[in-house]
Design a protein around this ligand. Sequence first.
Ligand code: NDP
Ligand code: 8X3
Length: 252
Amino acid sequence: MTKIVLITGSTSGIGEACARKFASEGYNLILNGRKNPLLNSLAKDLIKTYKINVLPLAFDVRDQHKVSEILSSLPEEWRDIEILINNAGLVIGVDKEFNVNLEESDIVIDTNIKGLLTMTRCIVPGMLKRGKGHIINIGSVAGEAAYPGGSVYCATKAAVQLLSDGLRIDLVDTPLRVTNVKPGMAETHFSITRFRGDKAKADEVYKGLQPLTAKDISESVYFAASAPPHVQIADILILPTNQATGSIVHRE
Ligand code: NDP
Ligand code: 8X3
């Protein structure tokens, strides 16, 4: 039977690259994002290119009730989700912690931590019943240590690290696996969101070094997913060659 992977935040960047990678490997996909037209055109493209099945599901991962309503009423043929990729996430602003806009930091915390937890809460019990499943969280090098202007975002990604570790502990007596994939700088829409739509500022982030691409990350995600069942890739830290930590980079 064809395996099913559910990817949150698949309308852009790393989520979209994962959708393309898993589609190219013959998986059927449940694709989430908030922008229905983008989701539908991605689904159409993947179905046509890779001859797979795709179920586009538009919802905001912060909306606990909607998420649980939609996921508990999936069509029969889409229920046996084997891989959950908790990718939806963002950062807004580079303000000092004592200056953050609290509405923006709520969005970041609610998406990166609570959205991920909601998805996990909705999907993992089914995986446990079926005795099969892999949860792949997209953390970040930002979760390893705070850096200037990253306080809230770094804290959310540190939470992703501990939620991943905690889930791995809670599932240790089961065949389920948990992986935290922690990218460094990858050129996607991420920095444009961080700089509230200012593309010129976002481009500055990647000046003088070669950043990762979303495709690079999707290859690591697939590597973890395709390991033999007795192998659990717990963590992958993947950095551009000229990035050493969240705050130390070398630029030409
Ligand atoms: P993008 O901005 O390109 O993509 C983010 C995706 O998440 C979009 O599809 C966006 O959809 C979706 N999303 C955001 N909020 C929600 C929500 N509430 N509900 C559903 N979907 C949502 O960024 P990336 O691809 O770079 O980011 C993906 C993940 O990778 C994030 O968790 C990020 O923290 C992480 N990461 C990114 C790095 C980088 O340098 N790029 C490095 C390390 C980690 P919409 O269009 O609806 O906003
Ligand atoms: C984003 C990667 O290096 O900008 O999570 O913090 S970095």
